[in-house]
Design a protein. Sequence first.
Length: 387
Amino acid sequence: MNSFEAATFPLSSQPNRRQAISRVAGGLLAATGLAAPAFAQARVVRIGTTFDNSSVEKGNGTGMFLGSSAYFNAVNKAGGINGARIELVAADDQFKPEKAKANALAFAADSAVVAMLHPLGTRQAAEVIDAVPGMAVVGPNTGTVSLRKKNAPNAFWVRANYDQEIDKLVATAVTAGQTRIGIVYSNDPLGQSLLAGFKAALAKAKLEPAVVASTPGTTSMEVGPAAVQVAAAAPQVIIIGLAGTAPAFVKALREAGGKSNGYGISITAGSLSAMGELSHGLGFSMVMPSPFATKYEIVRRYQADMLASGNKDFSLPSLEGYVDACVLGEGLRRAGPSPTRATLLAAMERIEAFDFGGVKINFSRGNREGNQFVDVAVISASGRLLS
C-alpha cells in the first residue's frame, strides 16, 4: 500500500481492500451500496478531501461529504465534466491538525489529484492550505477571519466569515429587544476569532457583554464550568461559539438552571441532531440557504441529487458540501478537458459574479472570499427549521 492509499479511510464498518481505497467513483463511497456509472476508458480527475469521520466533528464532516458526494455522483451520471469522470477520495483526520496535514501531503503526492475540497476545522484547514500551496483548496469549513487574512492564493472560501455571522446574530437579538448578550467560546484559535468578532459586534451595537465564558478547546467536553457561569449571569441570549461540543454545553446549561436563549454559529448545525429536544428554540446563523428552501434552484437540485444518492436527510452541512462541490465543478469546467493544478487555480479565480441558483460566488485574482450570505434560523417546537 502506498502513502496515498494509507491516508484514505473506509466508511464501511467492515472494509475490504477495495473499500479501503475509499474512492468515490460517482461521488459515493462503496459503503452506500450504490453502483457507480459506467465509463469506458474514461479520463479520471481526482479530488481529495480530509475531514473528521470519527471524532467530535463527525456530524459536520460526514454531512459535508454526503453533499459533495451527491453532486459528483449526479455529474458522473450525466457524463462527467468535460468528458472526465470525477473521483472524490476521502481521508479521516479525526479532527487532528497533524493528520489533516499528513492527508493533504499524501493527496499532493498523487499527480491525479488536482484539488482539495472542504477541509474541516480552523487549524486543520490552515495545515491543509499550507501543505498544498500549488493546489486549489475549495470551501474550507471555517469562518476564522485571521486565516483569511493570510490571503493564501490557493484558498477559495465559499462561506461567509465568523465576524459576519456573529454580527448577524447580535443584530437579530437587538432587533428583538434582547440587549443582555453573552458568549461561550473554545479557548483556541477558533474561539479567539469568535470572541474578537463578538466584541466588535457588541461595540457596534454600543453594548457590553453580559457574560464571557470559555471551554478548554474545540474538542474538550469540559463544558460544565462555563455552563454554570452562564447560568449564574442569566443573559437574555448566549451565543454558543462551539461546534461538536455544543450539545454537551446546552445540556449542562439547562441542568444548571440556565434559561437563556441560545444562538449558535453555523458550525453548530452539524450537532443539532445530537441535541434532540434541546435544539428546540435554538437559533443559529446559516451561511447557506435552508436545505428545505425550495424557492432556491440550488436547493431543488441538491434535494434531487441527495435523493438519487439514497440520502433522505437534508441538512445544512450536506447542503454546504454540495455547494462547495458545485463551485469546484464550475472551476473544473472552466479549466478545460485536461485540468492541471495550475489551470484549475487560474480557472477558479475567474468565477466572478456567478449565480449557482440562489448562491452567488464572486472570486477574482485579488479576492478569495466568494460569498457573504448569512441568515438566521430557529428550530421550532416541532423540530422544523424556520428561517
